[in-house]
Design a protein around this ligand. Structure first.
Ligand code: MG
Length: 376
């Protein structure tokens, strides 16, 4: 195994307020530690160092992720060492040590550290100090400090595993970070570009900043769908799951629910998963006369299986008759039920085409739909 991570999560996080240690508190819908673990897990094996009191909550946070838990020590250096010792059997070539509170770490920072380890025994991200620096005393500026050559250190800090394990075993005392431990053992550490987005949650205000960063990373997808069905002899139509008495029916292989088909295709479109015909071929006799609910449910299940939440759908039916207005509310209710959504996330509306074109001549009904999917 090439790369492993030690995530340091044994602190009590008192400065962030809120009772629970900061790494277990939620930001943008997930615990801080969960965001951090999901950011690093694609790059290697993960060991998370925790306080023994936090075992139950940590176990909940790691569900579904390949993460080993290890109990830490009273100070940071001791906790890192516990994490490193837990990797002896796995024997990674290199290890990246990362603060759990840096939950917005960009993938680029991680890959830059890993790439730098090809040639350097240690590598860590940092940002050059650009603000002027002062010293102060009793609320007064007492002097200025030259900022040239000064950096703000971040994590993950990466090292060859055997080197940093030996360095931690030999180190005695308190270190600000693992670069200090490495340098005390004579290891050179290369600086790779850090990121302003790689913030460390420390104060209550940092939660809002982190939430903003994490939401930028959200995957938001938009899909559109369009469908047409022609009229034929009959006495009702089915539109968005609602049976409406009418002087004609819609012709189709299934129940010809043109509105539900457009919404279903919008969902498939957002997922780049083709259309209804791909998943339910019209050549297959088992879908003859099928309730379109089956198609819509399938698209919703597919979206959720891929980790998306359905944020909203909007559908416009285009026809002169039947009048949609009196049925719109029932349609929205029915579509929301099938999709497992709140009513206020489903919009069904209608327009005529001013008697123009095939819809104007009442030869058929057309429907447009859009759907938004969000992966948090
Ligand atoms: Mg259709």
């Amino acid at each position: 195994m090439k790369t492993a991570f030690v995530i340091v999560a044994a602190g009590r996080g008192q400065r962030a307020g809120g009772g629970l240690p900061k790494q277990w508190r939620e930001v943008a819908g997930k615990p801080v530690a969960r965001w951090t673990l999901e950011a690093v897990a694609p790059f290697g094996k993960v060991v998370m160092v925790i306080h023994p009191d936090d075992q139950a909550i940590a176990q909940e946070v790691i569900v579904g992720l390949p993460v080993d838990l290890v109990f830490g020590a009273a100070d940071r250096s001791g906790s890192v060492r516990a994490g490193l010792e837990a990797l002896i059997e796995a024997a990674p070539e290199q290890v990246l040590i990362h603060d759990v509170a840096r939950c917005c770490v960009p993938a680029q920072v991680i890959t830059d550290v890993i790439a730098a380890l090809e040639t350097a025994p240690g590598a860590a991200p940092a940002l050059a100090v650009t603000d002027a620096l002062w010293t102060g005393e009793a609320g007064q500026v007492s002097g200025t400090q030259d900022r040239s050559g000064l950096y703000r250190a971040q994590t993950p800090q990466g090292f060859r595993y055997a080197d940093i394990l030996a360095a931690h075993r030999a180190f005695d005392g308190q270190a600000a970070d693992d670069v200090e431990v490495a340098r005390a053992a004579g290891l050179d550490v290369a600086i790779v570009p850090g990121s302003e987005g790689n913030l460390k949650i420390t104060t209550p205000e940092d939660f809002a900043r982190a939430a903003k960063q994490l939401r930028i990373k959200m995957d938001i997808r938009l899909g559109n769908g369009y469908d047409v069905h022609a009229f034929e002899d009959g006495d009702h139509v089915i539109l968005c799951g609602v049976k409406i008495p009418h002087s004609q029916s819609l012709k189709g292989h299934s129940d010809a629910d043109v509105g539900m088909h457009a919404v279903t295709d919008a969902l498939y479109g957002a997922l780049a998963e083709g259309d209804i015909g791909r998943h339910f071929p019209p050549s297959d006799p088992q879908w003859k006369g099928a309730a379109s609910e089956i198609f819509l449910k399938h698209a919703c299940d597919l979206a959720r299986a891929k980790g998306y939440e359905i944020s909203n759908v909007d559908c416009t039916l285009i026809c002169e008759r039947p009048k949609i207005g009196p049925h719109a509310s029932e349609m929205m209710q029915e579509m929301a039920r099938i999709m497992g959504l709140e009513m206020d996330r489903v919009s069904i509306k209608a327009t005529t085409s001013e008697r123009l074109g095939f819809t104007g001549r009442e030869e058929g009904i057309a429907a447009f739909a859009t759907a938004t999917l969000v992966k948090p």
